[in-house]
Design a protein around this ligand. Structure first.
Ligand SMILES: [Zn+2]
Length: 331
C-alpha cells in the first residue's frame, strides 16, 4: 500500500479494488478513470504488483520473487503498454504484442497483467485490435486500463471493463502533497496551472513548464503592446513543450469565449492575461473566436497524431492568426 499511503486520496479506491479481488469479483478488465496527474498510473502499477505477488501474507509483500522482479522492472508476466513518446498514440503493433502476451501462460505465478494507458491514446485500429483480447478473456490475465478522458474511448471497450473512478485530492490535500515533494516557490500558482493535479504539477516543475508558462504570458503581453515581433517570440518558444503551448493558446481563446458569454472574470483559466482577454473579447465576434478555437483544437490533434508534425509550424500558424486578431483590436 505504498501508493495509498503516499497519495492519501487514492485510499478509498484502492480498498475497493482490493476488496473485489478478495471476494473474487474483480473483472478481467479494469478501467480506472480520473483527471490527469492525480496518480492513476501509480495506483494501477501497484495493483499489478499485488495481482502478481506470490507471497503468503499481505500483498504486495515486497519480498517474494515476483515482487523482486516487479521492483527491478523486469517481471515477465507484466506488460506495460504506453505511448512510446509522451502525448503520442499507442500503436497497433503494441496491441499485437498484447494479443501474443495474453495467449501464453504465466512464467512466475498464476497471473499475468497488462497495464495500458492512457487508453484514449489508442486510435480506432488499435482499439479494435484490443477488443479481441477483451472479448475472449483468458482466466489468468487481468487488463488494467487507465484513462484521463474516457469520452475518447470506444463504447465497446468501456462496456467490457469494470470501471472505477479516482477522485482528485481536494485543494489543500494536493497542496500539502506538493509542498512535501517540491522545494519550488509559488507552488499554489503551479498547482492552479496543473488544474489541482499534484503529480502533474510536479512533472511541470521538473520540466520547467511553469517557467515557460510565465514567459508565455509575458510574450502574449509583449505582442499585444507591440513590444516584440512574433519572430522574436517564436524564437524564445521554439524549444518549449509544444503540447503545453498549444493548450495555453486553446485556453486563452476559450477564456475570450467565456467573456463573450457573460461569464465572470474569475472563471478565466489564464488569470495572468485577464486584462488582455477582456480587451480582445470586446472587439472580436463569436464566429471569429470559434474559428480560432477550431484551429487550436486542430493543432492539438495534429500534434497527437501519428504523422510527425512540425511542431514549430503548428505554433507559428496559431501565432500568425493571433496577430491578425490583435491587429483588429488595435484597428
Ligand atoms: Zn510479493
Amino acid at each position: 500500500m505504498k501508493v495509498a499511503t503516499a497519495l492519501p486520496w487514492t485510499q478509498a479506491v484502492w480498498q475497493r479494488l482490493t476488496q473485489q479481488q478478495l471476494v473474487g469479483r474483480l473483472g478481467h478488465a479494469i478501467l480506472m478513470v480520473g483527471q490527469e496527474g492525480i496518480g492513476k498510473r501509480l495506483l494501477m502499477r501497484e495493483f499489478a504488483q499485488q495481482l502478481l505477488c506470490t507471497g503468503l501474507d499481505a500483498k504486495p509483500c515486497g519480498k517474494c520473487a515476483s515482487c523482486m522482479l516487479y521492483d527491478a522492472g523486469s517481471h515477465p508476466d507484466l506488460l506495460m503498454v504506453e505511448p512510446e513518446e509522451a502525448g503520442k498514440q499507442i500503436k497497433i503493433e503494441q496491441i499485437r504484442k498484447v494479443t501474443e502476451f495474453v495467449n501464453t501462460t504465466p512464467q512466475k505465478g498464476e497471473n499475468k497483467v497488462v497495464l495500458l494507458g492512457p487508453s484514449e491514446a489508442m486510435n480506432n485500429n488499435a482499439s479494435n485490435a484490443l477488443l479481441k483480447s477483451l472479448e475472449e478473456p483468458s482466466g489468468h490475465v487481468t487488463l488494467l486500463l487507465y484513462s484521463h478522458q474516457p469520452s475518447g474511448l470506444l463504447a465497446t471497450i468501456k462496456s467490457r471493463c469494470q470501471q472505477y473512478e479516482l477522485s482528485p485530492p481536494n485543494w489543500q490535500q494536493g497542496l500539502d502533497w506538493l509542498q512535501v515533494n517540491s522545494q519550488e516557490t509559488g507552488l499554489e500558482s503551479i498547482l492552479r496551472l496543473a488544474k489541482g493535479a499534484p503529480l502533474r504539477a510536479l512533472s511541470m516543475i521538473e520540466q520547467d513548464i511553469h517557467v515557460q508558462y510565465m514567459q508565455f504570458c509575458q510574450g502574449m503581453l509583449d505582442l499585444s503592446n507591440g513590444g516584440s515581433h512574433w519572430n522574436e517570440v517564436m524564437l524564445k518558444w521554439k524549444n518549449w513543450d509544444t503540447g503545453s503551448v498549444l493548450q495555453w493558446f486553446y485556453e486563452l481563446i476559450l477564456d475570450m469565449q467565456k467573456v463573450k458569454s457573460g461569464l465572470p472574470e474569475q472563471s478565466l483559466s489564464i488569470q495572468e492575461l485577464s486584462v488582455l482577454t477582456l480587451k480582445l473579447a470586446a472587439v472580436c465576434d463569436y464566429a471569429q473566436l470559434e474559428g480560432m478555437l477550431n484551429k487550436a483544437i486542430f493543432s492539438q490533434q495534429a500534434l497527437r497524431g501519428q504523422a510527425n508534425p512540425n511542431s514549430q509550424m503548428l505554433i507559428e500558424t496559431l501565432l500568425i492568426d493571433w496577430i491578425s486578431l490583435l491587429g483588429q483590436a488595435r484597428g
